[in-house]
Design a protein around this ligand. Structure first.
Ligand code: GAF
Length: 448
């Protein structure tokens, strides 16, 4: 089977597509979120003496499709209810003043003299996005930013992507609103269509990926930034990472996403991730000598690998085998989810884990243990490591009624074997980036 399967019907969101009012969700419906946003607003007022706009972008969990995104393949992530929030207000000068609540640190940059290289600091993610926005032609203005996040750090749940997307969205919104001339006509339009923010979510995701690839130095794929931008409540996304077409896959309401944190810190900015990517590229270079149509592992079939795989070093052969098999598993899992066959989804998740452990070699003893413990618990359809690997989290699909027992069993088993307390997050799929709460002035405009 060739890897050019058309997955239809996708939402076509090519680069350049603009959002309309229906796409922009004011995410202040939930009282808890509103409370947190208000606290951030007050903190911002104390720090900077004015009222901000607040935005949030979620972390993500990947159900299946690991290390396929940078091979032009398929992934099935969902955004989750952990967020990075950014409170922003414009400044009269060309400075960006960025305060991080998580790190209790404040840094300042001049928009006309941004650093040329990364500093190995949390602000790299922000500056990377700013640089890509400037490079794409956006006229940014000076701003004060207060950043706060509850996405567990180093857990493989995309805290970095959520920071990039939240900052990118916030600065784009600020720039778009700010550069409009303040004519009477403009004010009228703003009042009628205040939340028709013309932000291209796919373009934003690509720009944030570039920031990470080119400035931060992690050669990540598009998955994390894409789902942080496009996530939808109650849905996973089936994303074709070559065309960037995607389809929403409703998750059954009686199934929880149980995310188990091994507490082993993970970072894709370290060498192993980039090395896996390089191994995949080596596979493509060799295979394309025989198969000129092959641009990425996405284009290679199981039969192709059987025919020409012996020319590859063993390690590269196994990396290729994982990616080719994983792409098939994602498409099969999507079909199974759509017909409500959760047992089949679960079996595919388990196969995915084995392949990541044995062929792609990105698991670790703690992840394997967590998968084993979760797999033994009642009401579990399937479980696997999720994200880049080398630590971080597993995901399990668990019947809602069994969640409490699941948590207890996994926690006890993990503690007994490792002496370390895991964290377990019971999540549902969440919405992507958006504005959280309006300032008092905007609330007034919206109520008109
Ligand atoms: C990390 C990367 F950022 C993603 O792009 C993806 O490659 C993932 O690891 C592995 O599937 O989260």
């Amino acid at each position: 089977m060739r890897r050019d399967i058309k997955v239809v019907p996708f939402y076509r969101m090519p680069f350049g597509t603009l959002l309309t009012v229906t796409d922009h969700r004011m995410q202040n419906m939930n009282p808890a979120v509103e409370g947190q946003a208000q606290a951030l607003e007050q903190r911002f007022a104390r720090l900077f003496g004015e009222s901000p706009r607040i935005y949030q972008a979620p972390g993500r969990v990947n159900l299946i499709g690991e290390h396929t995104d940078y091979n032009d393949g398929f992934v099935m992530p969902a955004a989750i209810g952990f967020y990075t929030r950014v409170a922003v207000a414009p400044r009269p000068d060309r400075k960006l003043v960025i305060h991080s609540e998580n790190y209790s640190e404040q840094v300042e940059f001049d928009l006309d003299g941004l650093p040329a290289t990364r500093a190995g600091h949390w602000s790299d993610y922000v500056i990377g996005v700013v640089k890509m926005l400037v490079r794409s032609g956006k006229q940014l203005r000076g701003a004060n930013l207060l950043v706060d996040g509850n996405v567990p750090l180093g857990a493989g749940l995309s805290s970095s992507a959520s920071l990039e997307v939240a900052v990118g969205y916030a600065l784009l919104d600020l720039a778009d609103r700010a550069i409009e001339p303040p004519t009477l006509e403009r004010i009228k339009i703003d009042r009628i269509k205040i939340d028709r923010i013309k932000i291209d979510r796919t373009g934003l995701a690509l720009l944030c990926q570039q920031a990470e690839n080119e400035f931060v130095g992690a050669r990540c794929g598009i998955m994390d930034q894409f789902v942080s931008s496009h996530g939808k409540h109650g849905q996973a996304l089936l994303l074709d990472c070559r065309s960037l077409e995607y389809r929403q896959l409703p998750l059954p309401p009686d199934v929880a996403l149980a995310i188990c944190n091994t507490m082993v810190k993970h970072s894709i900015a370290k060498g192993e991730y980039n090395q896996r990517r390089a191994e995949c590229e080596t596979g493509v270079r060799t295979l394309s000598k025989h198969l000129p149509q092959v641009r990425a592992l996405r284009d290679v079939t199981v039969e192709d690998l059987e025919t020409y795989g012996q020319e590859l070093p063993d390690v590269v052969m196994r990396r290729c085998r994982h990616v080719i098999g994983e792409n098939d598993r994602v498409l099969q899992a999507a079909a199974a989810l759509e017909r409500g066959d959760l047992q089949a989804v679960g079996s595919l998740m388990l196969e995915s884990h084995r392949s990541l452990r044995d062929d792609f070699e990105v698991s670790c003893a703690e992840l394997d243990l967590m998968v084993e413990l979760a797999g033994r618990a009642e009401g579990v359809y399937g479980t696997r490591m999720t994200g880049g690997g080398f630590g971080g989290c597993t995901i399990a699909l668990v019947q809602s009624g069994c969640v409490e027992a699941f948590e207890r069993k996994v926690r006890e088993g993990y503690e007994r074997s490792t002496g370390c307390q895991p964290e377990i997050y019971i999540c549902a799929a969440a919405d992507g980036v958006g504005q959280v709460a309006a300032t008092s002035a905007e609330k007034w405009v919206r109520s008109e």
